[in-house]
Design a protein. Structure first.
Ligand SMILES: NC(=O)c1ccc[n+]([C@@H]2O[C@H](COP(=O)([O-])OP(=O)(O)OC[C@H]3O[C@@H](n4cnc5c(N)ncnc54)[C@H](OP(=O)(O)O)[C@@H]3O)[C@@H](O)[C@H]2O)c1
Length: 277
């Protein structure tokens, strides 16, 4: 896939398009003449402000919602031509491995992992039929450098990494279907506003959870905005031979190299020091 031509613009579906990285990516692609389908649960405000994006309500945790989103797109594009899927929808829960409820863990995985898988399983038959397609999964550097007290989120992003790598191998016979992982570092978006911070009063991890929370709360507002991730996604979408992974944003050099070169015990110590736990 190359840059859009005015006659036949590539079409792309972006989940989690109502805010942050998804919205910045949607805008970036619309400005380059892509046909953009923006999907998420709350689309009213974003749709009023961005009438040049085609908005579709979507809850990635719901099979029927995913089915009707894809059907709507295939009905409205020329001959069911969807060229790319960008899985951005995601959020993070907070708390210790010992204390977070299984119900909350299930919701976390249902959005960040199963949600992306629902989308991938829905588009791949069309991509294979058309012999063409791109999938970008938005993971996180937190999937490689595991975040203490945000481990369920880290685990969900590590799972996306594993599925991306598996799909690269499984889709190998389809030379024009590509899948990549984009791994942002800290990016200044409303992400923290959607974290359910936990009450630490009765937790045996109380003070340390609070320290990590403070680091996370302070770091995001200082981080760059989401356009750098939109640019990275565009690079992955338009590369002739897209890479398996694209790290972007703060720590995008330090984390991958650190994980490669340092022994595990030292990497974990540096992460603990960073989060002051
Ligand atoms: N910000 C960072 O520092 C950072 C770093 C690494 C990775 N990331 C990843 O980047 C992605 C976007 O995060 P962001 O920073 O842009 O945060 P954000 O502004 O909170 O955006 C999250 C998006 O996900 C959508 N979403 C959540 N649950 C959904 C569901 N069940 N179905 C459909 N859409 C859903 C939200 O829309 P609705 O509420 O309208 O559904 C929203 O559009 C996430 O996957 C996140 O893990 C972010």
């Amino acid at each position: 896939m190359t840059k859009a031509s005015a006659i036949n613009p590539p079409s792309v579906l972006i989940t989690g398009a109502s805010s942050g990285i998804g919205l910045a990516t949607a805008r970036y692609l619309v400005d380059r003449n892509w046909q953009v389908f923006g999907a998420s649960r709350h689309i009213e405000e974003a749709s009023q402000e961005n009438p040049d994006i085609f908005w579709i309500p979507l809850d990635v945790r719901n099979d029927e919602s995913v089915r009707s989103c894809i059907n709507e797109i295939l009905r409205s594009t020329n001959g069911g031509k969807l060229d790319a899927l960008i899985n951005v929808a995601g959020y993070s829960i907070w708390g210790s491995v010992e204390e977070v409820s299984i119900e909350n863990i299930h919701r976390q995985m249902d959005t960040n992992v199963y949600g992306a898988l629902r989308m991938i399983q829905s588009v791949l038959p069309h991509f294979r039929k058309n012999g063409l397609g791109r999938i970008i999964n938005v993971g996180s550097l937190g999937g490689r450098a595991i975040i203490p007290f945000q481990s369920h989120y880290s685990a969900s992003k590590a799972a996306l990494d594993a599925f991306t790598q598996a799909l690269r191998m499984e889709l190998q016979p389809w030379k024009n279907i590509h899948i990549s992982l984009v791994e942002p570092g800290d990016i200044n978006t409303p992400f923290n506003e959607n974290i359910a911070w936990v009450d630490t009063d009765n937790s045996p991890y109380g003070d340390r959870i609070k320290s990590a929370e403070q680091v996370v709360r302070e770091s995001l507002p200082k981080a760059p905005g989401p356009v750098i991730i939109a640019k990275t996604i565009f690079k992955a979408l338009t590369a002739k031979s897209p890479r398996v992974r694209y790290a972007a944003g703060p720590d995008s050099l330090a984390v991958p190299w650190g994980k490669r070169l340092l022994p595990d015990w030292l990497a974990l110590k540096l992460i603990r020091d960073h989060f002051k736990v």
